[in-house]
Design a protein around this ligand. Structure first.
Ligand code: 6R9
Length: 634
């Protein structure tokens, strides 16, 4: 996809200006680089009121034809996917484009044989193994809508997502490897399936040889499901605006929402952003360490790289197993040229000492990226110096599940870098800073709510099954703008720095959780009457969770350890280990306004240990509770 690659800063500015003055012309030229079964009647039709956004209206395509078939002639023998197992002693697996194409076709046929049709929802709950990518693409090939659920979510969280999407089939495995541990997966699916009724079939990949319970008539082994199927499968003709996938993400209220992305726009934007931000060249090897359970894995392990004919690395393990040099060892092993990871991983590895990184050459690296949360200056500098050896640009990728692809970021070695600043918007992206009244803030050195005022091809189209929720969450805060939920700052050169969430979303190790979601989980515990959770700064995780909990009876000190364990168990069971609070403080009441609203601002200050700036508490229903909470703060 070299034709759409920006090659200089000057060209970036030109392209950016064009994308604003003539967005339709700009995107049409890029869209022409892809293979369409039928081209569009209209490039863009939109309003942010309903919202109703259509890119490439009337066009027909199949995204996998663009990821696989299209490359066969030129890149049939090129490596498409390199899989690095959890255990470095185990053999790695490689797929050429032809092999991947064949595997996807076989599994597409297998899904069809299980009765999956265009428009059906398929839930994928799997470890980071090649079959996960194959399953994702097979769904896309036959027009089934995939909903990948991160395999660290609990049975309850999985059941909610299956139910919401009304998934008909689940693809899973017996268990998974995670560093030194092996974790059951099928058992979680079985438990989730006790709570839902829509699922007809479960395909199970044998990852660990565990022989889990197989429900007669419902569960089928992957190897049996694919047996005898052809290595060819005609790709389903999809409308550009047909849904491609659903991905659940947390917001400030209620249960996680199913963000819906569509075929045409998502294809164009993930490829465009990948090609540009990472300046991918034909022989490069690209590695993104995310899990495919999150949007970063969707867009920059599977879709973006394969659309661009790249070699993409997929890693099953964790950064610190068998030791803190694992990432660097893998980079040297495959000659990785572009590397993308999260600030939390950088900080964790930084804390393990420089020796682990200094013993690897990392000569192949050209560009290193960071994504998922704000990166602090110290981590940025360490990454640049020790991983990038002072010569690789750090591209800080700001974006969201809802945006589908990278929105604000450095572009390879082309645009300027400034630690902690994500940088300039990509062409086609029109960010603005709004003040509380919703007025655009102009000029340099300003801070405000980050919103986007014009659609780009991979903007979310709806939240599954509840369009009104999409409107209220993203398009109703400020008329005519997409609301990101982030606060940002713009410097004198127009570069953006993302400050963090301004809503009730906590970002723990790059994972998003809503405060309400965690509170609901805590409140399921029978000891608990009510709770309030807030985020506070954590040296490795970015943010950590602090829970203030009111119990039915005051919990004596000697019983607190037990009660804490019980509450943690509730969170593990409702959401998963990834969402457990670091601190739980038992309190007799929460600071509330007279109208009963919890004053999180005060609790945040207490969690941060900043007792001097708690501010005015006189409007509270019972100001005395604050004194008590402060006194016993953890
Ligand atoms: C891609 C992804 C989105 C939220 C987003 C913001 C935070 C992501 C960031 C960043 C600062 C970056 N975020 N990237 N903050 N700098 N480079 O992470 O999607 O899981 O939906 O999270 O993460 O707060 O609003 P998602």
């Amino acid at each position: 996809m070299n034709n759409m690659q920006i090659k200089s800063l000057e060209e970036y500015h030109e392209k950016y200006a064009l994308s604003v003055s003539n967005p339709e012309g700009f995107w049409e030229e890029i869209a022409n680089e892809f293979q369409w079964m039928k081209k569009w009647d209209k490039v863009l039709e939109w309003n942010f009121t309903e919202p109703d956004i259509k890119w490439f209206k009337g066009a027909k395509l199949n995204i996998t034809e663009n990821m696989l078939d299209r490359h066969l002639e030129k890149r049939g023998n090129k490596l498409a996917l390199i899989w690095e197992p959890n255990d470095p002693k185990q053999r790695f697996v490689r797929y050429t484009y032809r092999e991947l194409y064949e595997q996807v076709c076989v599994f597409s046929n297998a899904l069809k044989a299980q009765g999956v049709k265009k428009g059906d929802r398929v839930c994928i709950y799997m470890p980071m193994i090649p079959e996960l990518s194959i399953a994702v693409m097979a769904c896309a090939r036959i027009g089934a809508i995939h909903s990948v659920v991160f395999a660290g979510f609990s049975a309850n969280a999985l059941a909610d997502r299956i139910e919401d999407a009304q998934a008909k089939l689940i693809i899973t495995s017996d268990g998974l490897n995670r560093g030194p541990k092996q974790i059951p997966v099928k058992r979680v699916v079985d438990e989730a399936l006790e709570k839902v009724e829509c699922v007809e079939k479960v395909i199970v990949f044998d990852c660990l040889g565990w022989l889990p319970h197989m429900e007669e008539g419902r569960d089928i082994w992957w190897s049996d499901a694919i047996a005898g199927h052809e290595k060819k499968c005609v790709p389903e003709e999809m409308d550009a605006e047909d849904p491609l996938f659903i991905l659940y993400t947390s917001g400030s209220t209620g249960k996680p929402k199913g963000v819906v992305h569509t075929c045409g726009g998502y294809m164009v934007y993930t490829a465009y952003s990948f090609q540009n931000v990472y300046q991918y060249e034909e022989s490069d090897v690209f590695w993104c360490t995310a899990d495919i359970g999150w949007i970063t894995g969707h867009s920059y392990i599977v879709y973006g790289p394969l659309l661009c004919g790249a070699t993409t690395v997929m890693f099953e393990g964790v950064p610190t197993y068998p030791d803190a040099g694992r990432f660097w060892q893998v980079i040297d092993k495959y000659g990785v040229n572009q590397f993308l990871t999260a600030p939390t991983a950088i900080r964790a590895l930084m804390a393990c000492g420089d020796d682990h990184v200094l013993s690897y050459s990392l000569d192949s690296l050209k560009i290193i990226g960071t994504v998922g949360e704000p990166i602090n200056e110290e981590a940025w500098k360490w990454y640049h110096l020790h991983v990038g050896k002072g010569r690789c640009p750090v591209v800080d990728n700001w974006w969201q599940t809802e945006t589908g692809g990278i929105m604000i970021s450095g572009i390879g070695n082309i645009s300027p870098q400034k630690p902690t600043f994500a940088g300039y918007p990509l062409p086609g992206i029109q960010p603005v800073l709004l003040n509380q009244e919703g007025k655009e803030i102009e000029g340099a050195d300003q801070e405000g709510y980050l919103c986007i005022k014009f659609p780009w091809p991979s903007i979310l189209r709806t939240t599954y099954g509840d369009h009104e929720r999409c409107r209220v969450t993203y398009f109703s805060h400020y008329d005519g703008y997409y609301f990101t939920g982030d606060g940002a700052k713009r410097d004198e050169n127009g570069m953006y720095r993302i400050i963090g969430r301004i809503d009730d979303v906590i970002n723990v190790s790059g994972h998003r959780f809503g405060t309400a979601e965690i509170e609901n989980a805590i409140n399921t515990n029978k000891l608990v009457i009510e709770s309030a959770v807030v985020g506070y700064p954590h040296p490795v995780k970015g943010q950590s969770i602090y829970a203030f909990v009111v119990c039915e009876h005051e919990v004596p000190v000697e019983e607190q350890e037990f009660a804490r364990a019980e509450i943690l168990e509730s969170v593990v069971s409702e959401i998963g280990k990834i969402a457990v609070p670091e601190k739980i403080q038992f309190v007799t009441g929460l600071p509330k306004t007279r109208s009963g609203k919890i004053m999180r601002r005060i609790l945040r200050k207490i969690a941060e240990g900043d007792m001097t700036s708690i501010g005015d508490t006189s409007t509270l229903l019972d100001p005395l509770v604050v004194d008590e909470i402060v006194e016993k703060a953890l």
